[in-house]
Design a protein around this ligand. Structure first.
Ligand code: HEM
Length: 451
């Protein structure tokens, strides 16, 4: 890798050395998982520490990550505590299921996310982007691109997976979902995903209302469609297949659990990836012009073929997810003793996998903090260890929506670039804040003008 970009995208400050545990569990460090990470983390293969009686190994070595996610995967489950809390929101859907239940559900939804099926959704994705842009001011204006990205990805999920059911697309639905996401995006991760009933704060009360509304609405939608699924769309197919594999009431509950899983997991992550991508483009006007020329040329192809003609934009998107992985950290729990990066791992200990740190690790990348999309040019990408770049995770539990997310992100970005030019407002610096996802705190207000 020889090409070095001059652009260093913003990142929160690091601490020079390891901090005592009380520091890590207080102040901004508690609210923001990517704030104040000690510099040595970006040099070491593994770091072990104890917090509140729990031993956590943070893994930065791609070989060790591969062992956890793939070659010794049977020994590592999603942490039980996180599962318990997560399931209060998404039940026993694909994200929280384990074992045979997980395998069956994954087989059921996999065909929806196969290449041909995702290509079939390209027109809907483009149309959602076009409809969203139509609501922007006609002339030059400052627009919060994080908000527009969320509206667009939400419309795409509702239209492509749930046949545009008006119960999910009306303004009240967007309000409820936003309330849920605002809370889910805060760093009180565990409490938040559990939406504990004892937390009386107004935000949590709103989130509980939103969760109840979402479960109720989706349960109504499943029951209205009946056991034959009521159509050949994703939702219908999922209801039908679940009915073939599980007893009727369990099938209905699982259909609701998975609908919530896809509705929530499916747009917040992609929306954040879009917000960070357009920031990186706004900060690099020359690169933005090149990407625009490519997007305009690709418009002559049908939507389903367009991403094959967006090679530069794809590299920019991948480099953006390296620097701003939408899921900055995820975890596993060891079922039995093991060894990772030369360190013994005991039964019950946690392993934290940090795309944020691995993607910026000094032993793995040249000039890791520089934006350089050519890292993902085909000849360079082939040289990467497959577990050193893991925005979608890896192994059998790799993100099932990765292809869907990449297609929609490229189509939305291409549509934005064809219609508008983006610049950073004077003095504006985005503020990355990490929890379940990596959001720009305060949004991504950019100056836009018609092309
Ligand atoms: C840029 C966008 C996205 C990113 C970066 C992302 C990231 C991830 C990651 C890292 C995981 C694995 C977590 C782990 O191993 O613990 C995951 C799992 C998952 N994602 Fe995504 N995701 C994105 C978009 C989507 C979309 C669009 C959907 C659905 C429409 C989706 C649905 C899921 C589901 C259901 C799982 C659980 C899969 C399983 O356990 O079998 N994601 N995602």
């Amino acid at each position: 890798m020889t090409s070095i970009s001059l652009f260093i995208p913003v990142q929160p400050p690091r601490s020079t050395d390891w901090q005592p545990i009380w520091r890590e569990l207080s102040g901004e460090r508690l609210r923001n998982t990517v704030y104040g990470i000690p510099q040595p983390a970006f040099d070491l293969p593994i770091r072990t520490r104890k917090a509140l009686g729990i031993t956590i190994h943070s893994l930065m070595d791609p070989e060790a990550v591969e062992r956890v996610l793939l070659s010794n995967k049977a020994n590592y489950l999603r942490p039980r505590l996180a599962q318990r809390l997560l399931s209060s929101l998404v039940g026993n859907g694909l994200l929280s299921a384990e074992g045979d239940d997980w395998r069956t559900q994954r087989r059921i939804v996999a065909p929806t996310f196969a290449p041909g099926a995702v290509a079939g959704m390209a027109q809907t994705m483009t149309q959602c982007a076009v409809d969203n842009i139509a609501r922007w001011p006609a002339g030059p204006a400052q627009i919060d691109m994080a908000e527009e990205a969320t509206h667009t990805t939400m419309a795409i999920i509702a239209n492509s997976l749930f046949a545009g059911d008006s119960r999910l697309t009306n303004p009240q639905a967007s309000d409820y979902i936003s309330q849920l996401l605002v809370v889910a995006g805060q760093a009180r991760l565990m409490a938040v995903l559990g939406l504990q009933d004892w937390d009386p704060s107004p935000g949590m009360r709103r989130a509980r209302r939103a969760r109840n509304w979402l479960r109720q609405t989706l349960t109504e939608m499943v029951r209205d469609r009946g056991p034959d699924g009521g159509g050949d769309d994703f939702f219908g197919g999922m209801i039908r297949s679940l009915g073939e594999h599980f007893p009727p009431e369990q099938a209905i509950t699982l259909a609701v659990d998975n609908a919530i899983t896809f509705y929530l997991a499916g747009h917040e992550t992609t929306a954040n990836a879009l917000a960070w991508s357009i920031y990186c483009l706004a900060a690099q006007p020359g690169l933005q012009e090149e990407a625009r020329a490519e997007a305009i040329a690709a418009k002559s192809y049908p939507a389903s073929e367009r991403i094959d003609h967006l090679e530069l934009l794809k590299q920019i998107f991948e480099e953006t997810m390296r620097l701003y992985p939408p899921a900055p950290r995820f975890a596993r729990e060891a079922l039995a003793p093991d060894e990772l990066a030369g360190r013994p791992i005991a039964k019950g200990e946690l392993v934290a996998i940090w795309p944020w740190v691995i993607h910026r690790h000094r032993a793995l990348w040249n000039d890791p903090d520089h934006f350089d999309h050519t890292r993902f040019a085909p000849e360079n990408r082939a040289k990467l260890h497959r577990f050193q770049y893991i925005p979608f995770g890896g192994g059998p539990r790799v993100c099932v929506g990765a292809r869907f997310a990449t297609m929609e992100a490229l189509l939305i970005l291409a549509q934005w670039l064809c219609e508008r030019r983006f610049t950073l407002p004077q003095g504006f610096v985005p503020d990355p804040v990490g929890s379940v996802t990596l959001r720009p705190r305060g949004g991504m207000p950019l100056m836009t003008e018609p092309v």
